[in-house]
Write a protein that binds this ligand. Structure first.
Ligand code: ZN
Length: 882
């Protein structure tokens, strides 16, 4: 595949671009919002040197008017040219100075050859269009608190044509000159700062933005509304932060500017190429589909992820710092140098995830950023890579409809881990030099994977093609284990073994560090360690021979490599006994992961893991690790609720978890970060009558916990939990709290609390709304509903509509787009029984033409359902089955 693909794509593009065949390439473009790779490549083979002059008339009303001036060079006039513009009403079209009748199907315009010229062409499209409410294009939102209207753009992967007329593909970079008419109290933000703002008719103002440097369309952006603006000019480039007026009090601009400034200094130095977009704007925006987006010089962030009504905890600030760094890394790697087509999106994301973590560790107070990466993102990658959802890091992307099919923990975190490994393998400075050369060489252009790897290879003086083939074009994770023998208290032989799953037999080259530990006092002491570069199934490690016979061997010490670690029997026993006693937080984290792997693989009974975690979590002092252990315990609780065990047994285990959490929360009053962590865990796990009663008491003030502040965010989380268990009076709490907090976030919280109630009428009502193609609800609301509709313990309600949800999957998949289906995947029924697994098997067998993303979601649900059944079976001791 890699070879065929590398040579086929340019060849195909060349063939398709040949005059005789070009028409054949463009004419079959289906009347829909997507463009295929072949069509896009055929277009960029003929079109070049693009410049846009855009004008927008924004009033705050649901519609807007626009005009797109498009100037470009055309190689030939043998075939029509298509211009993307989604669901607009075209009011005028001129092609090369002549008025033309639009040939428009609601998705793209077709400009006939007779209207075109070889060489420079100038097309102007005037149109009106509704603002989007789906989070793409030019999204519009009315603030429920004060009625103010906010707009922002979001284009990735290919939604710029939901806002203006263009060639919507990443390899047609262009300059963007913009004018905007907007209400007088609005601020307008784009890639560059405005050069003029003048008064216009009807109390409006007219904003002028000079032509930008060359950008891929999805990196251009425009945001407009009565945003509150903070400014800071203390860094190397001017910085601004924007947010809605009604949430301004929740923003901590000092934190934002501090991390931003640190990042700009770090990246300028690391890349050795100065930041190119002159100023750095960041906006908190509502209804945002993703976490954040790296628009050049005007980055958008989801309010949902980064706005908090209470002071941020350390871990929330760490998340903010890391996201700021991730998006900033994209300003070079993604915006300055851009992938040619969407198959290269993974490298953008992997690189930004890798560099974001590096910058966070290096340039902020969060020195433990790599531990956080290991405990969260990397575990997601391991899980996905061992699942039915695995895929090579680099895969073809047939059409813009598929651009996000493979955007998951493989593309973000496994990709980032392979880059981290490559840096270990080549050396940190060689790696940096290779990145610098790549950015220098391809600035303001598009590049392919081979260009990037080639640059690293040249810096290292090494052919990286075999490495690339094994790591980037083959799926699956290798398992490594230590095979050693002791004699007279010392290691007599040591072999590092590598294995692969039967389906993906590739063995890989990797540089790791093997370490052995001996018992000392209550804990463990490092006895010996050695770096090892291994390739095949068995690699001798002579450096460890002669060192003390260990209690524990860890073959990926300090986390250089991407490999599943299988502990030997002795080491696993040590991990179980001493996981909490290890001083090094990263190693401690790795041992907890080994225990959790044991549960997921059906080797360690769930009840044993729960007992270990309940006994040790309260004493965990590292905040990242505490979060990680509580995450595992939370998933344990989900398994407990899902499996069909004796309810009295489940209630007893759940009670132990609940009591532990309450005591730990009460005991951590002198540490707000830890207490907030325990509070969140307690709310997510309280289910007994007493436990829910305590929550109700915290809400009405009759119960107090020293140090704990119950703010608006915490109040909503309590109300959702009480409603989920139909606690007496809980429905009325939603109504009364909504009166106090009518904000956008308050409305979302109220909706989540409502749909989570164990009420068949609510389930029917909201399932119908979610499945209704003509629903007037914005996607942001539907997404909230989907995420909260069937809590795990509401098994009977879940089962009641399970068959119907599964049966309607193919029709819904045909009708709804990939963004919707990604959220809908949570409604694919998996209820942890052999019958449920069988039902999913039958669906997988008969629904063979689902979109790739939906099919993968179906298979993943089936696999996780089977895992739940297996874990249930492994939990024999004292767990009678219902
Ligand atoms: Zn990213």
């Amino acid at each position: 595949m890699p070879f065929a693909r590398r040579f086929l794509a340019p060849l195909l593009a060349a063939i398709l671009a040949a005059p005789a065949l070009a028409h054949a390439a463009e004419s079959p473009r289906a009347a829909n919002t997507w463009i295929t790779e072949a069509q896009a490549m055929a277009r960029s083979a003929r079109v070049s040197n693009v410049a846009y002059t855009l004008d927008f008339a924004l009033t705050g009303k649901p519609d807007f008017a626009g005009s797109s001036g498009i100037v470009f060079d055309l190689a030939d006039t043998a075939a029509p040219v298509t211009i993307d513009l989604d669901k607009a009403t075209i009011t005028a079209l001129t092609v090369n100075g002549k008025t033309a009748t639009p040939d428009y199907n609601g998705f793209f315009l077709t400009i006939a050859p007779a209207q075109l010229r070889k060489g420079r062409n100038h097309i102007v499209v005037a149109y009106t269009r509704a603002h989007s409410t789906n989070g793409e294009g030019l999204h519009r939102m009315v603030d429920p608190v004060d009625g103010r209207v906010y707009t922002y753009s979001h284009f990735e992967p290919a939604a710029a044509h939901q806002m203006f007329a263009l060639f919507d593909q990443p390899d047609l970079k262009a300059t963007f000159a913009v004018t905007v008419t907007a209400p007088a109290d609005w601020v307008v933000v784009s890639t560059k700062r405005e050069s003029a703002v003048s008064a216009a008719a009807d109390g409006m103002r007219r904003w002028t933005f000079p032509a930008s440097k060359k950008l891929s369309p999805y990196n251009f952006s425009l945001h407009a509304g009565p945003y509150k603006v903070w400014e800071d000019n203390s860094g190397p480039y001017p910085m601004r932060l924007l947010a809605r007026q009604s949430v301004a009090a929740q923003v901590a601009p000092a934190d934002w500017f501090r991390y931003t400034k640190a990042g700009l200094n770090f990246f300028d130095q690391y890349f050795g190429v100065p930041y190119q977009w002159e100023k750095y704007d960041q906006l908190l925006v509502p209804d945002f589909l993703y976490g954040a987006m790296e628009n050049a010089g005007a980055v958008t962030f989801a309010e949902r992820g980064f706005l908090h009504k209470s002071a941020m905890t350390d871990s929330q600030r760490e998340g903010l710092a890391e996201t700021i760094m991730h998006e900033m890394a994209h300003q070079w790697f993604g915006d300055l140098v851009t992938m040619k087509w969407w198959n290269g999106l993974w490298l953008n994301e992997s690189f930004a995830s890798f560099m974001g973590t590096l910058a966070t560790a290096d340039a902020t107070e969060f020195k433990h950023a790599w531990l956080s990466f290991y405990a969260t993102a990397k575990q997601g990658a391991y899980a996905t890579d061992q699942s039915v959802a695995t895929h090579p890091i680099e895969v073809p992307v047939a059409s813009t409809a598929n651009a996000f099919d493979n955007i998951d923990s493989i593309t973000y975190a496994k990709g980032a881990s392979t880059l981290m490994q490559l840096r270990q393998l080549l050396g940190a400075e060689v790696f940096r030099k290779g990145v610098h050369n790549y950015l220098q060489r391809y600035a303001f252009q598009n590049a392919r994977l081979d260009d990037f790897i080639g640059s690293l290879g040249r810096a290292a003086g090494r052919d990286l093609r075999p490495w690339t083939r094994d790591w980037l074009y083959q799926p699956g994770v290798n398992t490594i284990s230590a095979d050693y023998r002791c004699k007279d208290g010392a290691i007599a032989s040591f072999t590092l073994r590598q294995s692969a799953p039967a389906a993906f037999p590739t063995l890989r080259e990797q540089r790791v560090q093997v370490a052995s530990f001996v018992r000392e006092g209550a804990g463990l002491r490092l006895a010996a360690s050695a770096p090892v570069t291994y390739r095949g199934a068995a690699t001798a490690v002579p450096a460890l021979v002669g060192s003390a016979c260990p209690a524990l061997v860890y073959p990926n010490y300090q986390d250089w490599g991407f490999a599943k670690v299988a502990l030997d029997r002795q080491s696993f026993a040590t991990a179980q006994a001493l996981a909490s006693e290890v001083a090094d937080p990263l190693l401690r984290s790795m041992l907890w992961v080994s225990l959790w792997d044991g549960v997921r693989d059906g080797q360690l009974p769930l009840n044993e893991f729960i007992a270990t975690a309940v006994a040790r979590a309260p004493a965990e002092t590292d905040p990242t690790l505490l979060a990680s252990i509580l995450g595992m315990l939370g998933r344990s609780r989900t398994y407990l609720d899902a499996m069909h065990a004796d309810p009295a047994y489940v209630a007893a285990r759940a009670g132990e978890i609940e009591d532990m959490a309450w005591r730990a929360m009460a005991a951590s009053g002198n540490d707000a970060n830890t207490q907030r962590r325990w509070f969140a865990f307690y709310v997510a796990n309280a289910s007994s009558k007493d436990g829910l009663g305590r929550l109700a008491g915290l809400l009405d003030g009759s119960v107090k916990v020293a140090g704990l502040e119950v703010g608006q965010d915490q109040r909503w989380s309590i109300i959702a939990r009480l409603n989920r268990f139909d606690y007496p009076g809980s429905a009325a709490l939603i109504a009364s709290e909504s009166v106090k907090d009518g904000s956008d976030a308050g409305q979302a919280a109220a909706l989540a609390a409502t749909v989570g109630r164990p009420d068949p009428a609510i389930k029917r009502e909201w399932l119908a709304k979610v499945q209704d193609p003509a629903t007037p609800l914005p996607f942001s609301k539907l997404r909230v509903a989907m995420g909260s509709l069937y809590p795990v313990e509401q098994a009977a309600l879940n089962e009641a509509s399970a068959g119907e949800r599964l049966a309607s999957l193919p029709a819904l998949d045909k009708r709804a787009g990939p963004v919707f289906m990604r959220s809908y995947a949570t409604l694919i029924p998996a209820t942890c029984s052999p019958a449920s697994v069988k039902r999913l098997d039958a669906a997988a067998a008969s629904y063979t033409d689902l979109a790739a993303g939906t099919r993968r979601a179906l298979l993943t649900q089936r696999e996780e359902d089977q895992r739940c059944v297996t874990i249930s079976g492994a939990m024999t001791a004292g767990a009678p089955q219902r």
